[in-house]
Structure formats: structure tokens, C-alpha cells
Design a protein around this ligand. Structure first.
Ligand code: MEV
Length: 314
């Protein structure tokens, strides 16, 4: 196998979980969309000596997140091993606009983009299965027990109705509705949130699994609502999901405040998205004017950033 000496690039996008975070880890369905408004680019260039990592990140340098560096090293190491190459003589430059530790798939996206860049650099064809297998090496370090949803979403271009271990089902998510995503500015460690629910499950499995099944049912209802173009039913399911996720301990005061703010400014539904305990929340609006009003209210209420996404505009 010949090593090229040409720079090579790999990319990935952020993701938003519409419904089913956490319950997806236990085999329930989730609905998620790729979120190209936030994206990552990994460039690999030839360099002398040991591997160097250079990172430019949204709101802070990756080097300030040692856990991410561990994940990155693991994914670089396992990919280079898989490619039967040497772990030296290249430099990795990472540029990202995906907020780190905000439930938008930053850890999965960096792994996906890194694997793609390394395969491009060593001029080897990469299949989707191999990509997800390698990206999930890093996700296992980041999340402990990943469902695989984040790697699938950050590598793909289509919304998915996702069930762990089953083939991906691209899901046409076209609705006359807008999703407003707001960043609390607070880090949310998905690994800790996933572990906290695992602990609840150990302490009271019956109660925890009831909540998990309810979340799964809400994802199923949301699928039907989307298929019948019914944003109101989707919004109600989002509201109920936020309550259940809160009862599982993965919301916090800031997320609750933003969720309430969105609802009082016309959102049909609002909930946390991703691992929770910080990170981002999403809200649903039926028209662009309401979406702008919600976005402004969220910024005034303390969100550090918002994005508005037209559903179906993927
Ligand atoms: C994190 O973005 C989503 C979780 O459901 C974890 C996972 O699916 O691996 C919380």
C-alpha cells in the first residue's frame, strides 16, 4: 500500500436529535437530522516526526478538552493500524464550528471526519460500515455505551429513523415547520448523562424502563406525526419527552428555562436535545416569523447562540 504525500481532507456535520435520545441506547427508536449549519473539516498533511494535532474549535480550543484528545488519539491509532500504516510523519489540522460537548455530535463528527481524512490520505476506499466501526472506537471512549446514532448522523446527509443494531432507514422529514436550536453555553458530558441513567436503571429498573419505553413510544408517535404532516402532535410529543428526560435527571435549570421561554414565545414544542445536562435545546415553530421571535427570546434569555432550520431543508 503506497502512502500519498498529498494533503487530504475529511468532513462531517453536526447532528440534532429530534426525539429519542437516551432511550435509543436501550433499543428504542430515535429520529435525528444531520445539521450541516455546523460542520467539521479535518486536513492531513505530510510532516516529519510524531503525529501532531492542531485544532481550531467553536468557542474554545480542543486542547482544553483532554477527553476529546484521548478519543482522537484512539481513533487515529486504530485507523492507522487498520490501514497498516505507521503512526508518524503527518500533521492533522481540525477546524470545526460544531459546539463541543453540546449534544450536537461533536465527538462523533471529529471521529468520522478523521477516519475519512486518513483513508483519503492513504488513498484507500472507505465503506460506510468500516467508517462507522472505526468512528465508534472513539465514541465508545466518549460515551461509554454509544447507540451509534451520532456517528451515523454526523456521517450522513439524510434524516434517520434509527434503531440501534438495525439497518438505517432514511426518513423524509419534510414539514411546514422550523426548528430553532439554542446553545446553553454549558458543557454537557454525554458519557456522564448516559451513565446516570444506567445507574437509575440499576436502582429501579421497572421505573426507569417505563420512562425509556415512553420515550420510545413518543418517537414512534412523532414518526407518524411527521408522516401525516402534523407539527402540533410532534410538538406535544417533544414537550412530553422533555418532561420524561427531566424526570430521568438529564435536564437542568438552564435547559428548563430556555424550554419554557420557547414555549411562551409561540413554540409548538420544546425539549433538550442530545445528552442533556447542559448542551442544546430545540423548539418547533410553525412559521418563520414565530421562529425569529423564539430565537430572539432565547438569546435574550441567555442562549449563547441559536440556529434556525427549516424541516425538510436537509
Ligand atoms: C447523544 O447525542 C445521544 C445519546 O442518546 C447517547 C447515544 O445515543 O449514544 C444520549
Amino acid at each position: 500500500m503506497l502512502k500519498t504525500s498529498q494533503p487530504a481532507v475529511g468532513t462531517a456535520n453536526g447532528k440534532i436529535i429530534l426525539m429519542g435520545e437516551h432511550s435509543v441506547v436501550y433499543g428504542e427508536p430515535a429520529i435525528a437530522i444531520p445539521f450541516p449549519a455546523t460542520h467539521i473539516e479535518v486536513t492531513i498533511i505530510p510532516a516529519e516526526g510524531p503525529v501532531q494535532l492542531d485544532c481550531v474549535y467553536y468557542r474554545g480550543n480542543l486542547a482544553s478538552v483532554p477527553k476529546h484528545l484521548e478519543n482522537l488519539k484512539a481513533v487515529v491509532e486504530s485507523t492507522v493500524n487498520e490501514l497498516q500504516q505507521e503512526l508518524k510523519n503527518f500533521k492533522v489540522i481540525i477546524k470545526s464550528t460544531i459546539p463541543v460537548e453540546r449534544g450536537m455530535g461533536s465527538s462523533a463528527a471529529v471521529a468520522v471526519a478523521m477516519v475519512r481524512a486518513l483513508f483519503n490520505y492513504f488513498a484507500v476506499t472507505l465503506t460506510d460500515d468500516r467508517l462507522l466501526l472505526l468512528a465508534n472506537v472513539s465514541e465508545t471512549i466518549a460515551h461509554g455505551n454509544p447507540s451509534g446514532l451520532d456517528a451515523a448522523m454526523t456521517s450522513g446527509r439524510h434524516p434517520l429513523y434509527y434503531i440501534k443494531g438495525e439497518p438505517f432507514v432514511p426518513f423524509p422529514l419534510s414539514m411546514p415547520a422550523y426548528l430553532i436550536v439554542a446553545d446553553t453555553g454549558l458543557k454537557g458530558q454525554t458519557r456522564d448523562a448516559v451513565a446516570s441513567i444506567a445507574l437509575l436503571n440499576k436502582e429501579d429498573s421497572e421505573k426507569t424502563m417505563l420512562s425509556i419505553h415512553q420515550l420510545g413510544n413518543l418517537a414512534k408517535q412523532s414518526k407518524l406525526a411527521i408522516e401525516s404532516t402534523d407539527p402540533v402532535t410532534l410538538g406535544l410529543a417533544m414537550n412530553r419527552a422533555h418532561e420524561i428526560l427531566s424526570s430521568l435527571g438529564v435536564s437542568n435549570d438552564t435547559l428548563n428555562h430556555l424550554v419554557t421561554t420557547a414555549r411562551t414565545h409561540g413554540a409548538i414544542g420544546a425539549k433538550l436535545t442530545g445528552g442533556g445536562r447542559g448542551g442544546c435545546m430545540i423548539s418547533l415553530a410553525s412559521d418563520n416569523e414565530t421562529a425569529t421571535c423564539i430565537s430572539n427570546a432565547l438569546l435574550e434569555a441567555g442562549a449563547v447562540n441559536t440556529w434556525t432550520h427549516q424541516l425538510g431543508d436537509d
